[in-house]
Ligand binder design. Structure first.
Ligand SMILES: [Fe+2]
Length: 739
């Protein structure tokens, strides 16, 4: 008898540059579990979409033959500021994404929300196959400002050990990438590639974070608040440069390679390595686990991963291939499978994740149809033939099976070349990838030969460990300027025909290494469909394209159809979007949508600028009425601004002011208020005050924690939440800003 299937969908609840979807299907008898996951950018052919993943949703449902949303048992989502599905945070920039959530024909009772870092952790841990593991999550910003988290996985349970809610190394790396190097959204990988070129120059970044436990505090280098808010997004005049110092900014691709900027990249990379080593050691000391899983955007820093692993006591490391937020839908859906209340009684099994091929398969018949329909000449080919072409210096586009999850191509959507030919690096950059020359290419190496060529003990199936090259003379095309390589190890079991190809190349040349880069043109997402591959092939100067077992030579026939295929695809995306939204998001209306977005955003601006003032003024009135004695705790500049601008505050009975320097965090292992002294030097006694006003903006969480440790939570009040701008900023903005 056929066993009944259950389905869990993972989708993020807020507009994200890496939106996508994952669907897990499992049988009630516990025998089967399968999944499909895809990033929206691959389907709409636009990087960093920030749109609701409607195409990904349909793609995942089609993979398992689902036609109706009611067939999905649970939707698991994360949250950014507040744990709620419909409004992702009070100062959040509402867009079409949020309107579609309202129209989404899905029972809200079946939606479960977990934290962003829990979703990162679930993706890495459940994919790792470990029975238990420490988990390190480091990214720019998660739920309620979490940026660094320690977790532990045991069996199918994952729990938090500690979390840090201040801007940490992830935000620093992004800020340097964007505000100094000008490498744009998602440019962090470029910064990493540029870093080795800066080593021989003088240090330029004044960056030295305070590392203490899980804390990686960069408040001396950059502002911690506000995080991105609506004003940063919709109103450039009120966009805030988060860096304290005015560093020179690179203008364009050429300038960024100058010694000064290369050194900037080097400095931020060095700091990242220092932080990751510290966090790795700290996590090991606190968990004593032999295994460690890494995820979050900083987990893509393959150089730092390897150094962290080597320096800490862990015996095994697993870095998730879709470390960045692209991997969140997978983590959400897997978390739901193992933890959702609805499935508690059902037997579970561990998933296998030997490769990152989470996309749907494209059978040879489907590929052949595309070729026939477009009259593209092709021949049947073999790994031996392709290996020969590569050995002759040809560039080959290589398309097999389901696409990879995450930013790295791992032998299913790859552009391949001969690793032995140093010139291939420049040739592929110029003829095909149209990208910066300083960016390295990665080697794909047979696992059994890896140790001979690279300083890696064990495997690196997802190209997330960087190691020294032992034989740079043999594989110059994949050796970076600092003699390292971002290695992908390949096995027959996990990589199938891609393994056969690398093995054939070894038989022919004696070298078990191919140069492997993602199958896309500059600025374009990695190709997903056979048509995408043909379009990319027709617009670049690769020599051959392999689609399954078909070999296509570059030439006029392919170039001639490129434009037609491109136009057809653009029309298809529009048509599909209309179909999917009509089916799964009924009743949408453009006028209603625009009105909704405008109203929500007005409210968000109010929240960002005015709410803290409103809350504080109400509190001051209450304190005045009740004749409360108030102690002010916070940084001096903010305290001063509140006293000058908030009516009635200065006339309250103020017990005193406890002030920190502007960028100084209150430190101490067992912080107690008694250790702090008033500005005038007088000691403070608990009986001296009835209420505490936390005036600090950047540090309000830390000070509230400090007061909590001292048992003073009941008396503490902060006008801020995780979405408001500081009142200093608000006082500056208010005169010029119209809601
Ligand atoms: Fe993240």
């Amino acid at each position: 008898m056929a066993c009944k299937y259950r389905y869990v969908l993972g989708i993020q609840s807020f507009a994200n540059q890496d939106s996508g979807a994952c669907l897990v299907r499992f049988s009630e008898d516990g025998q089967e579990v399968d999944y499909v996951a895809i990033s929206e950018e691959r389907l709409i052919r636009r990087k960093f979409p920030y749109t609701f993943p409607v195409h990904s949703l349909a793609y995942c449902m089609e993979r398992f033959g689902l036609t109706d949303l009611s067939q999905i048992d649970v939707l698991v989502s994360d949250f950014i500021r507040r744990k709620q599905w419909f409004r992702s945070g009070p100062a959040y920039n509402t867009s079409d994404f949020d309107y579609l959530k309202i129209k989404f024909d899905f029972d809200p009772a079946k939606i479960v929300q977990i934290s962003h870092h829990m979703a990162h952790a679930a993706a890495a841990y459940y994919a790792s196959g470990y029975e238990s593991s420490a988990i390190l999550i480091v990214d720019g910003n998660g739920s309620d400002l979490e940026t660094t988290s320690f977790l532990v996985g045991e069996g199918t349970k994952i729990s938090y050990v500690d979390t840090y809610r201040g801007r940490g190394i992830g935000a620093v790396y992004s800020a340097v990438t964007n505000w100094i190097l000008g490498l744009g959204t998602g440019g962090e990988g470029k910064t990493m590639g540029l870093a080795p070129y800066g080593e021989s120059h003088d240090k330029v970044l004044e960056i030295n974070g305070v590392l203490d436990g899980i804390r990686n505090d960069f408040s001396s280098f950059m502002r911690r608040m506000p995080y991105s808010d609506i004003l940063n997004q919709i109103d450039l005049a009120h966009r805030i440069n988060p860096l304290h110092k005015d560093y020179p900014r690179a203008s364009g691709k050429e300038q960024v390679q100058e010694p000064y900027f290369a050194r900037v990249a080097f400095d931020v990379q060095a700091e990242t390595e220092r932080v990751m080593i510290h966090l790795g050691k700290e996590l090991f000391a606190r968990t004593k686990q032999p295994n460690v899983c890494v995820a979050g955007g900083v987990g893509l820093n393959s150089v730092a991963n390897k150094l962290m692993f080597d320096a800490s006591g862990f015996e095994n490391i697993f870095a998730f291939p879709a470390c960045s937020d692209a991997g969140i839908p997978f983590g959400l859906a897997l978390w739901g499978y193992y933890n959702a209340e609805q499935f508690k009684h059902l037997p579970k099994r561990r998933i296998s994740f030997g490769n990152a091929y989470t996309g749907r398969d494209y059978p040879q018949g489907e590929i052949d149809d595309v070729l026939d329909r477009n009259a593209v000449p092709s021949t049947r080919t073999t790994p031996d033939e392709v290996a020969r072409l590569l050995s002759e210096g040809k560039i080959v586009g290589w398309f097999q099976g389901g696409s990879e999850y995450g930013p790295r191509s791992l032998g299913h959507r790859s552009i391949l070349a001969d690793s032995r030919r140093a010139e291939m690096r420049d040739i592929v950059n110029e003829r095909v990838k149209h990208r910066e020359t300083y960016r390295p290419f990665a080697p794909a190496v047979l696992l059994e030969d890896c140790a001979e060529y690279f300083d890696i003990d064990g495997d690196s199936p997802f190209m997330l460990l960087v190691a020294d090259t032992k034989r740079p003379d043999l594989v110059p095309a994949v050796t970076h300027v600092d003699n390292t390589a971002r290695v992908q190890t390949v096995t027959a079991h996990n990589n199938g025909v891609f393994y056969d190809l690398v093995a054939a190349f070894k038989r022919l040349t004696g070298v078990p290494v191919l140069m492997n880069t993602s199958f896309n043109d500059a600025g374009e997402p990695i190709v997903e469909t056979p048509e995408d591959a043909l379009i990319c092939f027709s617009r670049t100067e690769m020599d051959y394209l392999v689609l399954g077992d078909r070999l296509i030579a570059a030439g006029d026939a392919v170039r001639a159809i490129g434009k037609t295929l491109f136009d057809q695809r653009a029309a298809l995306i529009v048509r599909r979007e209309a179909e999917i939204t009509a089916r799964f998001f009924p009743g949408g209306d453009k006028t209603e949508r625009d009105a909704y977005v405008e109203a929500e955003n007005r409210q968000a601006v109010w929240h960002t600028l005015y709410r803290a003032k409103y809350e504080l003024e109400r509190k001051v009135m209450e304190w005045a009425k009740e004749r409360k004695r108030v102690l002010v705790v916070g940084t001096l500049d903010h305290t001063d601004a509140l006293l000058r601008h908030i009516g009635g505050l200065a006339t309250l009975t103020l017990t005193g002011i406890v002030a920190f320097a502007e960028t100084e965090y209150p430190t101490g292992d067992a912080p107690a208020l008694e250790r702090l002294t008033r500005l005038d030097g007088a000691a403070i006694k608990a009986g001296d005050y009835d209420a505490i006003l936390v005036s600090s903006h950047e540090f309000h969480y830390e000070i509230l924690d400090l007061l909590d440790n001292a048992g003073l939570t009941d008396r503490a009040f902060s006008p801020y939440d995780n979405s408001s701008r500081s009142l200093i900023e608000a006082f500056q903005c208010l005169p010029s800003f119209k809601i």
